[in-house]
Design a protein around this ligand. Sequence first.
Ligand code: NAD
Length: 440
Amino acid sequence: MRIVVAGTGYVGLVTGVCFAQQGFSVTCVDVSQEKIDLLNSGKSPIYEPGMDELLAQNAPRLTFTTDAAGAYRTADVIFIGVGTPERPDGSANLDYVFDVVEQIAQSVEKDCVVVVKSTVPIGTNDRVEEYLRQNLAHPVQVDVASNPEFLAQGTAIHDTLYASRIVIGTQSQRPRRVLEQLYAPFDAPKLFTDRRSAEMIKYASNDFLALKISYINEIANLCETVGANVDDVAAGMGFDQRIGSRFLHAGIGYGGSCFPKDTKALDSFASIHGYPLKTVAATIAVNEGQKLRLLEKARAHYPSLKGLTVAVLGLTFKPGTDDLREAPSLVNVPRLLEEGARVQAWDPIGAENFRRRVQGDIAYCETPEQALEAADLCLILTEWPQIKQLAPQVFQQKMNQPIVLDGRNCFAIEALRASGARLRYESIGRPAVDTRREDQ
Ligand code: NAD
């Protein structure tokens, strides 16, 4: 079976490489010549653990090209894995998906199955099929299937090879049989359903996870007010298997390429259909506020940030990725700069991308210790292991004022107290620690 994947981003490239790993020949198409050149030189345009090894191992089965028409012409299955970013009104922008669909309509010369992997609003697969039916340049049969993707960046290859589930939405037997065959080597639960339900499963899953995060973040904020510790609260909740312990880690809000846009897209889609989802709207509102939580805390120490040196540890939206999309750093660092602070930033892999996106008085540091040098304030925005492993004394030794505001709860309160380091440490939903004067 000849597989073609449109898009070599996190979803498209991982899909292509994982099918190659299962023994299929795969052609990956992208509009970006730069990405295709990189891939043809054996390098990955995205950071994803294990990707370089799989690219090398499967090189004989992988082709990378910008020649979309040539690739689609004789494909048996075409996966669409291009972006569906947020429009200004929150709805999903389907332009990239339909660019691919248009090219498919013009190019395919044999029967094939078009599989929509991109996250798309309910009913999009029907629109794709309708477009193809009306615009195919050659008399061939093209079926459309929905196969939403559930991988998480940073564990994308593992999530694909050992998927939690494979959801396949079809309206007829032929595409179902093709996808059954294609996914046969993958040992994962498979759910066969109709296309609209498959599309809905993706949004309902992502928005539920985002809801869980916003819920624990609100509980964390209340914990701070009433003197409870959200770590213990989350641990106590997590024992209940109906709740589960994952995604109960309080912090400064979710980011990334999926939760923010998928909550907004479903919110917008539901409202257009006359059934606004109150839980999803609340999830979004809580997250927007949460991203600024550390700056609110900073005010208690510094009414003005003008002239201060602020260490920012972590820029990416989570560890294990160089992706900055919707990262809290993109809200916090510009605010710091606007208020006249000087930023000393550290991130192990996100700094280059950040430099391209945000201009201003930012010194990019090689190590977290360097970023802390003479700082008046430290904001922790990503829970990189290198940050979690810092000895608490480092804050005291390096900083001008050892005031640490941790948006990811990287340090155990008791360990900080026991370390003997003198610092002011505030996190999300947990008691503040102030050892600066304790032994004076
Ligand atoms: P991405 O932005 O990383 O990659 C998209 C790629 O598509 C880019 O390389 C772009 O150049 C390419 N492209 C654009 N137009 C094209 C065209 N006409 N032909 C070929 N290539 C084209 O996006 P992503 O993060 O991989 O997300 C893709 C889709 O998968 C989105 O709908 C997203 O919501 C969904 N998704 C993403 C994740 C994730 O963790 N990133 C997880 C599950 C689902």
